[in-house]
Design a protein. Sequence first.
Length: 327
Amino acid sequence: MDKKIYEIKKELKCFHMKTYNNLETFRIKFLGKKKGLLTILFKELNKIPINKRKTFGKIINELKKEVQKKIDIFKHKNFIKNEKIIKFDPTFPGKSIEIGSIHPLSIIINRIIDIFQKIGFIYVDGPEIEDDWHNFTALNIPLFHPSRDMQDTFFLHKTPDILLRTHTSSVQIRYMKEHNPPFRVLSIGKVYRNETISSKSNFMFHQTEGFYIDKKVSFSDLKQTIHYLINSLFGEEKIRFRPSYFPFTEPSAEVDIYCNREWLEIMGCGMIDPKVLENVNIDSEMYSGFAFGLGIERLSLMIYKIKDIRNYFENDIRFLKQFKSEF
Ligand code: PHE
């Protein structure tokens, strides 16, 4: 027994894992259930005189612990998980981390913010959950007025009426209530309308709201601003202003852009109705202003030449990764 113990100790001392094909052969050699060197020694303990059993038993146990320790250290050093060795090959290329891309709508949103910041517009945010006053009443859309039907609303609560904003014009009210003119403000965000989903419409879409209030702001300021936006986005592009109606602007217009031999409506705009200014305590004799609301999805269909807005919301990486933020 002495001799065997000596040999095992020697073997462990000169131990180098490379001598073994893998960790498992090493383990089997010492601790294997049938022929493991230490296992055999344990069995042989029965055959030796009782008075020596205790001392040898202790020595063999120590050796067993040593073997186990070597196994553990080796595993730790070589990142072995689930007993499989992951070999480290320094010539292998490193694992690359995939960089995501910016969502196509965000690219356009950032671009629009940039365009307007250049002409002194500041950016503000507004809540998507609104009350009736900010979304309708203060914008000169009284209760039971037929123009409420223009925007089919998702109500979250009735009396008091809490709803998902149907347009970003509510931000006009929020901002004007808290600030004194003059100001030039831009806001972009999600709006919600109970509409059937199709290639051109969705129950949720993004709008840009812009408004400018000062002394002597006129319709020509509005026209110039819209021309500036369209030219910055598309280069020279034909647009037309078509007379329209919105309860909160007077006069009002819709802007169409000439694209693929047809006129496409992309925004509503107009001079802010004096009544709206008075609702937020702005002197309508002294101040005037314009406002516009622009649908981001519609615009981006034209910029990217995409036929179906549902593509934007399906989260298909093959679609999304095609867009580069250089624009
Ligand atoms: N809020 C209008 C809409 O959603 C758009 C608009 C904004 C029109 C500002 C005029 C002025 O249809």
